[in-house]
Design a protein around this ligand. Structure first.
Ligand code: OAD
Length: 241
């Protein structure tokens, strides 16, 4: 039935793996000021504070018990078994999609497990926490690595490829995202405009002005395995997941 699928994920898909979302009750942005830990200006003001924030989240990601959940696994299965074009776009900086087995993946807001040289832009897999002595090996003298994350005011990654895929797709699914941060919040408009079937999976009921044609309310980990089964059997997604 579908030939080209684009999936967008947000913090909600990792909630069942034990990673806090941003805007739900007790979310990350209730405990931290965005301007302090997620802007270039905040980093320029206080590198140690920003590094501590990302070091903590990196440690949490490595901790026992944080594992891909059935929603991550279902998307990896979809990529593997689907007979058409597939692209997974995530706003998440965790690595649970790749740990579940996804490859066709764009981390549009960067990756928690990497540091970036502020001079050359080269990225490095983290082997130790960020700090004054954690330097790149691409420059002489080595530069202090910054988190490889996209902060507010910076350009998300992979936008050209994303735009092309959105214009071509016939199914767009957004999972576990509040749709408050652009440009990701506008992807549904692009997909609608180009004739795709647009489906939202979220724990919360749809907003009154939702742009999605179909909304499935519930936990991603419970909905996604059935939904992927439907897609792989060639059915149009309906509200009966
Ligand atoms: P939010 O925290 O804004 O939204 C999480 C969404 O997940 C909410 O709509 C919840 O209802 C939903 N949700 C929670 N648990 C769920 C579950 N088990 N199954 C399905 N849905 C669930 O997170 P994002 O939309 O991802 O950007 O936030 C977007 C961006 O804002 C982030 O990438 C980050 C943040 O500021 C940057 O840091 C640049």
């Amino acid at each position: 039935m579908y030939k080209r699928i684009v999936v967008l994920t947000g913090a909600g898909i990792s909630a069942e793996s034990g990673i806090r979302t941003f805007r739900d009750q007790d979310g990350l942005w209730e405990r931290h000021h965005i301007e302090d830990v997620a802007t270039p200006e905040g980093y320029a003001r206080n590198k140690e504070l920003v590094e501590a924030f990302y070091n903590d989240r990196w440690q949490q990601l490595l901790s026992a018990g944080v594992e891909p959940n059935p929603a991550h696994l279902a998307l990896a299965r979809l990529e593997k078994e689907f007979d058409g074009e597939f692209l997974l776009i995530t706003q998440n900086i965790d690595n649970l999609h790749e740990r579940a087995g996804s490859f066709k993946l764009i981390h549009m807001h960067g990756e928690l497990v990497k540091g970036r040289c502020p001079q050359s832009g080269q990225t490095f897999l983290l082997t130790e926490p960020f700090g004054p002595d954690h330097l790149c090996t691409c420059c002489i003298p080595g530069q202090r690595l910054r988190p490889h994350v996209v902060w507010f005011g910076e350009m998300p990654l992979g936008l050209d490829r994303i735009q092309f895929a959105l214009e071509e797709c016939d199914l767009f699914i957004a999972i576990g995202t509040s749709g408050t941060v652009y440009p990701a919040a506008g992807f549904v408009d692009t997909a609608n405009h180009h004739g795709a079937h647009t489906v939202e999976v979220n724990l919360a009921p749809p907003a009154r002005d939702s742009e999605f044609q179909l909304h499935l309310t519930g936990k991603a980990g419970e909905i996604m395995p059935t939904l992927v089964g439907q897609i792989l059997s060639g059915e149009k997604i309906s509200g009966s997941c």
